[in-house]
Design a binder for this molecule. Structure first.
Ligand SMILES: [Zn+2]
Length: 591
């Protein structure tokens, strides 16, 4: 037991009162009904109570609760409170002194925000429907009645019934073969917070990638997915060499249909990933390193509340780049770090100063709004600064022990800082950690990232600017990251003729690399380069990753003509986006 557990970790985004009654195990039993777009069945919750506790309070959002029963089948009293913005409604269940378990019989709503129901046309195969969930940050409560706080961990098992031609997978131990009757049983023996509950159902195939790794995808995508993710086992081995054993058994990646709103989601044992990482040349697989790194930072040691989000993401970006350094070399990881620095500067310029602290105050807000690059990249630079101050050897030893000591526990920012100070008493005076965590912007002592590769790219930008034809630029061996850096640093006053010349030389408008295409389309919108507009519309219609959608729609919305174009495209695209994405775009386009 750690002293951290006794510390009260109040979570402003949950109605649960785990200090009175804490759920330890969940048994899900759900029918997946594609016709009515509902998950129907029951959730049985086993819990521990403190003396005198007479109520279990769960988070729900839009659930249709039919009844609640005790273990003997008798009816329990329950009440559903008023709905609050972002949070949903508390479900309060009356307990007898000896009650240890209750079962909630319920159905999710057809518009449950976590769940996306795809029609066959929205899949790669085109024949079968598809379902996936996205529970982070506080959307698990839209499909499971649960204490939906990252400070509460549960083990779970589940029985899921699906149409028998489809496969069901969860963030748990998965079968790799289709079941004859469409019934799947899952077991998750390691305790996880509710935001890591995940389910996907579709016409899926599995391919092993190594000793304890594999990939899932729709059949038409499995070949390309297995090729792209071939280095996954190498990444696991590299990660274990840095921070100790991978504790979750199997590590698989599920490549989802294109509407998945994120790059990846670190669901334990089964990362959910966007197909936009399939570049054909393995150049975007640092995303897998990131999600894998969450198997330590985030899934093993978890931010106690969403205000502590940087403990999940800053640590994970740091670890991701360490894995990439081990696999692809320091030059490669420094390119990633420098792109990260650019993202951080752009993010700081956009956000109000209060939202550029590492420790956030999300009172009254949807924690999904905290999912800017700030906690990721500012967190990364703080951890790198610590590494450079205390030496990599000492920092790695500290982190390895930290992951061991707090495995399967939650962590607050304060508790982390206390441990840091205890291990490195001189650190505060030397680098002012407090300013990084509780102050705005990018502190002056942020580590300087240097990339020779990017310096060479900048030389080529200058050459182009002073008249060297695009076709003669020394760009033959550039990686995706060098292209991104090039596109981001093009002169601001580019003419349409120059854009046409670049396009003719490098085929940007026709690029199959989502990251390069995204940067190019931003330039195209900025400079009204209309030969790229069809490609822009296709890109917005064929994938739903918020990281790409948000900047493109924002850029379009800067001019009145662009705003109208954006709304015309959005009218067609919105039905295929996940709620996480369309909620963001609705605001940009005043939908
Ligand atoms: Zn992450």
């Amino acid at each position: 037991m750690s002293h951290m557990l006794s510390r009260k970790m109040s979570d402003i985004h949950s109605f649960a009162r785990p200090e009175e009654v804490v759920v330890r195990h969940l048994r899900l039993d759900l029918d997946v009904d594609f016709e009515r777009k509902r998950l129907t069945g029951s959730a049985t919750l086993d819990f521990e109570t403190s003396a005198g506790a007479r109520e279990l309070v769960l988070d729900t959002h839009g659930l249709d609760v039919e009844r609640v029963t005790y273990a003997d089948g008798s009816a329990a009293t329950f009440a559903i409170g008023d709905s609050q913005p972002h949070l949903g409604s508390p479900l309060t269940i009356g307990l007898h002194p000896d009650t240890k378990s209750v079962t909630v019989h319920y159905a999710s709503a057809p518009d449950a925000a976590a769940v996306q129901w795809l029609s066959p046309e929205q899949t790669a195969g085109g024949k079968h429907p598809f379902l996936f969930t996205q529970s982070q940050a506080i959307l698990a409560r839209t499909w499971v009645p649960i204490q939906d706080s990252p400070g509460v961990r549960i083990t779970y098992d589940a029985t899921i019934r699906v149409p028998k031609e489809l496969m069901a997978v969860m963030s748990a131990e998965n079968a790799t073969e289709l079941s004859a009757d469409g019934v799947y049983h899952f077991r998750m023996p390691q305790a996880v917070p509710a935001y890591l509950l995940a389910l996907a159902v579709g016409d899926l195939e599995f391919r092993s990638l190594g000793r304890n790794s594999g990939v899932w995808a729709e059949k038409p995508m499995i070949e390309a997915s297995a090729y792209e993710l071939a280095d996954t086992q190498k990444m696991i081995d590299a990660a274990e060499a840095i921070y100790g054993p991978y504790r979750w058994g199997q590590y698989d990646v599920l490549v989802l249909p294109p509407s998945f709103p994120f790059g990846g989601m670190e669901n334990p044992r089964l990362t959910f990933a966007t197909p936009t990482i399939l570049a054909g040349d393995r150049s975007l697989v640092n995303l897998v390193a990131h999600e894998l790194a969450h198997s330590w930072s985030g899934n093993l040691v978890t931010n106690a509340t969403w205000n502590d989000f940087w403990l999940n993401e800053g640590f994970t970006v740091y670890f991701e780049r360490r894995i990439m350094e081990a696999i692809s070399g320091r030059d490669y990881s420094e390119m990633l770090a420098l792109l990260g620095r650019q993202d951080l500067e752009a993010t700081v310029a956009e956000l109000p100063p209060r939202d550029t602290h590492l420790f956030l105050d999300l009172t009254g807000r949807d924690p999904d709004e905290a999912a800017t690059k700030l906690p990721y990249e500012k967190g990364y630079f703080l951890l790198r600064l610590i590494e450079e101050s205390v030496s990599r050897a000492k920092w790695d030893a500290f982190l390895r022990e930290y992951f061991d000591r707090h495995a399967f526990q939650s962590m607050t920012t304060d508790a982390f800082l206390e441990e840091l100070t205890a291990a490195f008493p001189e650190l505060e005076r030397r680098i002012d950690v407090h300013l990084w965590v509780h102050g705005p912007g990018i502190p002056d002592n942020a580590p300087i990232v240097h990339s020779d590769a990017f310096t060479k790219v900048e030389e080529q930008v200058r050459a182009f600017d002073s008249g060297t034809p695009a076709a003669q630029l020394a760009a033959q061996k550039w990686s995706t990251h060098e292209w991104i850096h090039f596109l981001r640093h093009l002169p601001r006053d580019l003419s349409r003729e120059q854009l046409a010349e670049l396009d003719a030389a490098f085929q940007f408008t026709a690029s199959g690399n989502s990251e390069i295409l995204h940067e190019w389309l931003l330039q195209a919108i900025e400079h009204h380069y209309d030969p790229a507009y069809d490609a822009l519309e296709r890109f917005l219609l064929r994938q739903g990753r918020r990281k790409f959608l948000k900047p493109l729609y924002q850029k379009l919305a800067e001019s009145s003509e662009g705003f109208e174009r954006a709304r015309r495209i959005y009218a067609k695209a919105r039905p295929m986006y996940h709620a996480v994405s369309y909620r963001t775009i609705d605001q940009i386009l005043k939908w």
